[in-house]
Design a protein around this ligand. Sequence first.
Ligand SMILES: NC(=O)c1ccc[n+]([C@@H]2O[C@H](COP(=O)([O-])OP(=O)(O)OC[C@H]3O[C@@H](n4cnc5c(N)ncnc54)[C@H](OP(=O)(O)O)[C@@H]3O)[C@@H](O)[C@H]2O)c1
Length: 324
Amino acid sequence: MAKTVVIRAHGGPEVLEIEDRAVGAPGKGEIRIRHDACGLNFIDIYQRDGLYPMTLPHALGMEAAGVIEAVGEGVAHLKPGDRAAYAAQPPGAYTEARVMPAAQVCPLPDGIDFETGAAMMLKGLTVEYLFHRTVPLKAGDTVLFHAAAGGVGLIACQWARSEGIRLIGTAGSEEKRALAKAHGADAVVDYNAPDWPAQVRALTDGRGVDVVMDSVGAATFEGSLDCLRPLGMMISFGNASGPVPPVNLATLAAKGSLQITRPTLFTHIAEHDRCQQMAQHLFDKVGSGAVQIRIDQRFPLAEVAEAHRALASRKTTGSTVLLP
Ligand SMILES: NC(=O)c1ccc[n+]([C@@H]2O[C@H](COP(=O)([O-])OP(=O)(O)OC[C@H]3O[C@@H](n4cnc5c(N)ncnc54)[C@H](OP(=O)(O)O)[C@@H]3O)[C@@H](O)[C@H]2O)c1
């Protein structure tokens, strides 16, 4: 049996329940893993509150690290006793142990501890695809990155610095802006200031940034378009402040033939080989010290509701882990 966080209805943190679930044996293409740490991500909030609906009841959580206990038929890249970490569908990572598809589970290098593994897979693989698989980016390019002191944000700041990409970060408090700067943001802007798009433009001598990476959504979408240079790329990849309303495509023409995409990590890691390559790239960045994974909050798994409240109310910085 494994203590597992489940929801029976969509709603606030109060719908998070813990129940004992049987774990069972892995079938073809599956593994059984015992978790040492689970990652907390904003997508868990969207799934809990119903922005991303699920068939209920459902277990929650998309990221964890631990030890492989058993492997099913056809699994060649993992064996019992291996250390491993993952970001993967289906939700169910907030648990002591589970059976799940093996394809996205990655062997964890010895130099990376379990908490770090659980704190970095979903956020780090996201940064990997944002910087390397979404739009051609090269040293000297300028990126505007919102919520730069968050879990994805602090990894993005360091990743950009390691690639020679200039990152302008936004964050909602003085402390968060200082944190983003300390992790590699070239400049930081308070996006609570009404003129924040003008401030970003001024930081590019009026030209506009090459790319915006916007996970805040409704509150920042329009302003983000105003920060782009002609032919620039808007990457809308999240909805922390609410989903982006329907877009009039003519707006993109009027603002300078802008490009736009709305990616999700799970398309990028759908294929086993590509997922493992992306993970290796991430492990190399972390192993070399170019990217350090900052865990600023730790909660016992039983206090998962408190963890959700903290993330949703903008009280967190860096990554958060849940400890079974
Ligand atoms: N599409 C993908 O593939 C993908 C993958 C991973 C993550 N994401 C997205 O990336 C974003 C960051 O994820 P994360 O887990 O690392 O979270 P996070 O950045 O640690 O936390 C979210 C941050 O967003 C900012 N924010 C702005 N308006 C907000 C509001 N109304 N409510 C709550 N927060 C608000 C807050 O920072 P300030 O206090 O500085 O404003 C907050 O700390 C999320 O939107 C997530 O869905 C997308």
